[in-house]
Design a binder for this molecule. Structure first.
Ligand SMILES: *Cc1c(COP(=O)(O)O)cnc(C)c1O
Length: 636
């Protein structure tokens, strides 16, 4: 009778707490994603290990980035639905018009899908640079959807935005700095095109979470109250006040606490009302991004979570704006939000395989040292027999003492490497025995609390944290990570995940847990001898991770595939080959042809010197070329 069932895994890895109903486990103990059929709309669970199997049969190697366009669609529906519901139930007189900030995931597929699918909600785009503006202008042609331009704007940017306005697109130029206004007025007069303007405001309300500094008095973006008043005056002097349509603030990303969001919206609504009272037409109140994703599933105000639901967020925003406007008898504006993370986080899952494991766990007794070994080695071997529930502390201290003595004797040249190795093996065996006893005890003595942690395995994963999960490294952000299969088996090994960059920062040693974090992830024993790969997934990686990643150790972009269901059939589309070795070398300004030529000259010299034959030169050059054109990750 199996003692471990998929239900146990569901609870252990918190699947229901962070999966938002999109991810599940099937009877075979595999992780599934629930996708709607693009044709029939019917929901179908897709096994991720089956997708991987299909991909490896087609020759794709790990790591692999799986993208689910249906999850993007569902997030857009959910966000718009939440605001429609909140508007209806509050009797709010304005509309909701969301925009997607391109910087959160700039992939062409994402911008295209959002523009197409978002049409029915008049869902728009936000851009913060010239490249993003060009992407927006190429994909967003719905005159009822907004294109909001944040970021610093030169005349090239301004001209293009004005010309797009002339062509009927709803482009709003948002002032980030007072100095942008004169050039916008100049260019508008020169081209004879009236702009639609917005003002980005620097709130005094401070937010919480990783990005607390992007809001508040000292935030680097936006105009302060004095600059807002100056702007109004300049607009009036130039007869441009009628172009001021939108008021905007952005408090920062991943705002975990609804109370500080409300406070910010309340302050912003007051300024909005004041701008109307100054005589500006207005009409749009843009409350920025920040809608958080509950990565760790704790529903808390911790930095990787959110203490509110999407519905609550929408209702609170609508209610706060409504209250302020009603008080001042100002018409309800169209509410704009720039949610990025909450739209795309669910879209991608990074899957990777485990290559190897280092374990410190030595359950079986090592060989005994021969009787004429050094006394220290005999001493540590004697400890093994003494381990019992009553002697844990004593055995722990003794073995630590003997192990250190053995190391010192090795350095002095008294003990050889083989004996030192045996001594350390005995030490880890004793630690394993002590840890086994501790598991049965209610109280763990202070000195022994670290043992379990020290016995944690290293699971070497075929990925680069720097390339694919940069926020895990840079800001300690948590992502849900779990095995994709074997959920009929108890994951008995506590593990840390180490990547293949060989950098001591290239690891994941903080994982989500029900109430806080834990410093190991329970994984299944890795048995490569059975010839079966072991796959893990890092979930909710759709926001920010892909393009923020860097080329540490020259490990490049992973392979990508889009997964959807069409007419009941699994459809794998948009397969994108990750970077080849030649690609990443080109990024750092090597020339692959030149590399090959240099190596060929050396190979020829080796032939001349008689170190290799001409036939061996051919084989070596072939291997060089294959590596150059291959994947940067470990391939089998
Ligand atoms: C980054 C950014 C966003 C997106 O924030 P999320 O937290 O991802 O929703 C929105 N607006 C502006 C101005 C931004 O800079």
């Amino acid at each position: 009778m199996p003692t471990w069932i998929p239900e146990n895994s569901r609870d252990l890895y918190g699947l229901d707490r962070w999966g938002n109903g999109y991810f599940d486990l099937n009877k075979e103990g595999e992780v599934t994603v629930k996708l709607r059929d693009q044709e029939t709309g019917k929901e179908v669970p897709i096994s991720l290990p089956k997708v991987i199997e299909g991909m490896t049969e087609r020759g794709w190697a790990m790591p692999l980035n799986l993208r689910f366009r249906d999850l993007l669609d569902r997030r857009i529906e959910h966000l718009n639905g939440a605001f429609q519901k909140a508007i209806a139930s509050a009797g709010y007189q304005g509309k909701y018009r969301g925009v997607y900030p391109i910087k959160v995931n700039q992939q062409q597929q994402v911008v295209e899908e959002i523009s197409e699918f978002g049409k029915k909600f008049n869902y728009g785009l936000e851009c913060g640079s010239k490249p993003e503006l060009l992407a927006a202008l190429a994909y967003q042609h719905n005159p009822d959807a907004l294109i909001i331009c944040n970021g610093y704007k030169d005349t090239e940017f301004i001209d293009l935005a004005l010309r797009a306005t002339q062509m009927g697109l709803h482009v709003i130029l948002v002032l980030e700095m007072p100095s942008e206004l004169p050039s916008i007025i100049d260019r508008s007069k020169a081209l004879g095109i009236r702009p639609e303007l917005g003002i980005r405001f620097r709130l005094s309300t401070k937010s919480e979470g990783h990005w607390a500094d992007s809001g508040g008095d000292r935030s680097v973006f936006g105009l302060n109250t004095g600059q807002v008043i100056d702007t109004i005056d300049i607009l009036k002097e130039n007869d441009f006040l009628d172009t001021l349509k939108l008021f905007h603030f952005h408090q920062g990303s991943q705002l975990p606490n609804i109370r500080s969001i409300r406070e910010a919206v309340s302050e912003a609504s007051r300024v909005y009302v004041s701008l109307v009272q100054e005589g500006a037409p207005m009409g749009f109140l843009d409350l920025g991004g920040g809608l958080a994703v509950d990565y760790d599933g704790s529903s808390s105000s911790g930095p990787s979570s959110a203490n509110y639901s999407l519905d609550e967020y929408a209702a609170d925003l609508i209610e706060t704006v409504q209250e302020t406007c009603d008080q001042a008898q100002v018409a309800h504006p169209t509410i704009v939000t720039e949610s990025g993370r909450a739209i795309v986080a669910y879209y991608s899952v990074l899957v990777f395989n485990i290559l190897d494991v280092t374990t410190f766990h030595v359950p079986d007794a090592p060989e005994s040292p021969s009787p004429d070994s050094h006394p220290m080695l005999l001493n540590i071997a004697d400890v093994v027999a003494r381990v019992s529930p009553q002697t844990l502390n004593e055995c722990f201290n003794d073995s630590l003492f003997y192990r250190d003595k053995i190391r010192a004797l090795f350095t002095l040249g008294t003990i050889n490497l083989r004996d030192r190795a045996l001594g350390e093996k005995l030490y880890w065996h004793i630690m394993t025995l002590i840890a086994n006893h501790l598991r049965e005890q209610d109280h763990i003595p202070e000195d022994l609390t670290q043992i379990d942690e020290n016995l944690t395995d290293f699971y070497y994963a075929n990925l680069s944290v720097f390339q694919s999960l940069p926020d895990a490294w840079a800001i300690g952000q948590l992502f849900p990570i779990m095995p994709l299969h074997r959920h009929h088996e108890e994951p008995t090994r506590p593990a840390i995940i180490a990547d293949i960059t060989c950098d001591c920062d290239g690891k994941i040693d903080k994982f989500i847990d029900r109430d806080s974090t834990r410093n190991h992830l329970p994984l299944h024993p890795f048995n490569p001898e059975e010839g079966k790969p072991y796959y893990l997934g890092a979930f909710l990686t759709g926001a920010y991770q892909e393009t923020l990643g860097d080329l540490h150790n020259l490990l490049g972009d992973p392979n990508v595939v889009s997964v959807s269901i069409e007419n009941g059939e699994l459809s794998l589309t948009h397969e994108v080959e990750g970077d080849t070795v030649a690609d990443v070398l080109t990024y750092v300004e090597y020339n692959p042809k030149d590399l090959e030529a240099r190596f060929r000259r050396f190979a020829e010299a080796s032939v001349k010197a008689g170190r290799i034959t001409a036939a061996q030169r051919k084989e070596t050059m072939q291997a060089f070329r294959e590596t150059l054109n291959g994947y940067t990750y470990y391939e089998d």
